[in-house]
Design a binder for this molecule. Sequence first.
Ligand code: TMP
Ligand code: ZN
Length: 423
Amino acid sequence: MLEKCRRDETCRVCGADDWTEVISFGSLPLANGFVDPADADEAQDVFPLDVIVCRSCRLMTLRHVVDPGTLFKHYVYVSSDSDQIREHMAHIVGLATRRASLASGDLVVELGSNVGTQLAMFRAAGMRVAGVDPAANLAEIANARGIPTDPDFFGPEPAGRIALEQGRAKAVIGRQCFAHIDDVHRILDGVDAVLDDDGVLVIEVPYLLNLLDENQFDTIYHEHLSYFSLHTLRHLFGAHGLRIIDVERVAVHGGSIAVVAARESAARVPEPSVAALLGLEEERGLLTDAPYRAFAERVTRVTEAIRTLVRGLAADGHRVAGYGAPSKGTQLLMACGLTDQDITVCGDTTSLKHGKLLPGNRIPVLPPEEVAATEPDYYLLLAWNYTDEVVRKERRFLEAGGKFIVPIPEPRIISAQSAKELV
Ligand code: TMP
Ligand code: ZN
């Protein structure tokens, strides 16, 4: 499988080649590589999943990079599913509007624009919009709903094309895609090609501190190449003449940061939020090896605890189904060594996933109603980042005696009784 995957010797951010090893999950199939039942008997490609930290810029990253064509050409993650994300996208419109002083008619460009949900909100606020996304199937959906989307990998060419046809962008947005990209320098060259002199770049990435603090080992899978701290992003942006002028911690995807950067030439004064978060990272030891090593030890313990709990319930005759089939759910099941003997089926609201099998363990994915009809006793909440929303939505299941297993930071069970304390 080597042609589809290569080992990175040097750091994608700073070019150094001095690494600290954090944890290895062995060789696993791609978490988003849902299997068609017709191909169920075919062996799936597996790729190494080893986590390392650069001793120079402190980037936490995967040692191996899977070819992006293999990963992203047909992509089943659709970003418009949940209330929480919708609210958050409205928040990002507000943040970009404030920091870029956006006015009606200004151009907003989004990289990794998925099916266009975020851009549709900018357009509703009066802006002109242009999206770029490598997943042809998603770009087609976006175009069909009237959000012009270029099915391409973002970089100087598509960005230059947009600049030529529509002028420069007052805001360039990249939500939850930066961590997926190997050649981050090419992305920033693309930003340079399209960003207005006083425009802003808004990048949102899952935040390393949340990952470490909350044992989010399941968010580590082949698609997620980089696990960013603000320190590392500052290093990266600085190399492209960009200065971070604001940062917010946001609750989406288990805890992320929305980072706002402007051209150094625009001489914008950073908000106090930037120094505050850099200070917190230093205080928490992110510039040393200690927190990464401690994380690795906790992951070994927590994966074991999840396996023991779920196996024990299944062995006692309880039906345990998966709630949601996110990529991190696949990763969680694989890392914990859980199979279709333990989890019979997963329910997910994304229609593109229905009828497919989870990579690795071949657990079938069905619409949530069909899973509910099998009357599970427990749901393993694989989409744990929506715990509050799910608990509210599934009140009847809980009141009928059903329970949720929330796997991380430490596995715990939510019953009707404990849910009262949650919401
Ligand atoms: P995400 O964490 O990457 O957004 O993925 C969440 C997955 O969980 C996605 O496939 C949709 C699914 N999901 C449900 O099936 N039911 C729900 O109530 C929610 C919020 C998500
Ligand atoms: Zn580095």
